[in-house]
Structures are given as C-alpha cells and as structure tokens.
Design a protein around this ligand. Structure first.
Ligand SMILES: C[S@@+](CC[C@H](N)C(=O)[O-])C[C@H]1O[C@@H](n2cnc3c(N)ncnc32)[C@H](O)[C@@H]1O
Length: 164
C-alpha cells in the first residue's frame, strides 16, 4: 500500500466521506481512536521528504470541561498554550516529511484564538492560498474555517508579531 494523504489528527475520522479510504495514513496521539499510527505530531515517525500529496490537520481547538465531555471525546481537549505549541511543531514536522508542491488542508475553530494567529504559527513553513469560514448552526460563538496552504520551498524567517 502506498500512502498519499497524511491525516495528522485523525480522531474518529468524522470529517471524511470515506473513513476507510485507501492511501490515507491516519495519525493520532490517542490509541482509543484506532489510528494507523499512534504518534505525536511534534515528532513524527516518518522519513523526511516523503511523496505526500496532501496533509490534513484538524488540531484540537479548545479545552472542554466536564459539561462538554462528548466534545472532549470527539475532538480531544488541550489548553490554548499547548494547542499553539502543537500547531507550530506539527507545521514544522509536516514540512520536514513532505516535498515542495505538497498541500496542507487546515481546519480551525476560533473558540480559543483567531485563525490569523493559527496561520501565524504555520507561516514559517506553509503559505496560505485560500480558505473559507462558516458558523455552524446551533454553535453560536465560534467560526469554523478551512484553509489550503502550500508547502514553502524553504523556511521563511518570520518576526514575532504582537497582537496576532
Ligand atoms: C479536532 S480533533 C480531530 C477530529 C477529526 N479530524 C475527525 O474528523 O474526527 C483533534 C485530534 O488531534 C489529536 N491530537 C491532539 N494532540 C495530538 C498530537 N500531539 N499528536 C497527534 N494527534 C494529536 C486528538 O487526539 C484529536 O483526536
């Protein structure tokens, strides 16, 4: 089997039309969601420069309390500082294991911090191309978005920007 899509945060594969699609490597740190590989995105057990066509990244976007245990089980739960560290480190690792031309599809819900800030964490390695945001019905406060980014050929030096 040759893999061409790398899902860095497979979870229960709820976003997939075909949750058993061939050619997808499902990675998650939680063994209980039965990924193909139990691994931490910050240190992927994958070779550098692989021939991946697409990386999918749908990181946890909040810390859920006991009242939202179902959300925690579906999506994982992390403090916002840890989520920021995860996005930055996973972005760098996804860059390492891919080649120029690879695309990254990034899903974000701005419950804890803005899409702009999340993009800032990826921008050393990945260039945003286009995206779309929508507010799911019944979930009044947050906006969910999808952004497609392209792997940069070389790392881009970024200055720390206050207020992102
Ligand atoms: C928002 S959920 C993904 C939902 C999934 N896309 C779906 O369709 O059901 C985020 C996932 O990232 C996983 N995760 C959190 N930290 C991780 C890490 N350091 N490495 C790999 N996966 C991680 C969580 O276990 C959780 O399943």
């Amino acid at each position: 089997m040759s893999f061409e899509i790398l899902d860095l945060s497979a979870g229960r594969r709820l976003i997939w039309h075909d949750a058993d699609r061939a050619g997808v490597l499902w990675v998650d740190i939680r063994r209980e969601v039965a990924p193909s590989v139990v691994a931490n995105d910050c240190l992927l057990p994958l070779a550098s420069g692989g021939n991946w066509k697409l990386v999918l990244f749908d990181p946890p976007h909040g810390r859920f309390n006991d009242a939202n245990i179902g959300m925690a089980q579906r999506y994982g739960s992390l403090p916002h500082d840890d989520i920021r560290a995860l996005i930055a480190a996973a972005g760098a690792e996804a860059w390492r294991v891919t080649r120029p031309g690879c695309l990254l599809a990034f899903k974000w819900s701005n419950m804890g911090f803005s899409l702009k800030r999340a993009m800032g964490l990826l921008s050393e390695w990945w260039e945003p191309i286009f995206g779309h945001a929508f507010r799911p019905q019944g979930m009044a406060k947050s906006t969910t978005s999808w952004t497609v980014l392209e792997r940069r050929e070389t790392r881009r030096e970024v200055m720390a920007l206050d207020g992102l």
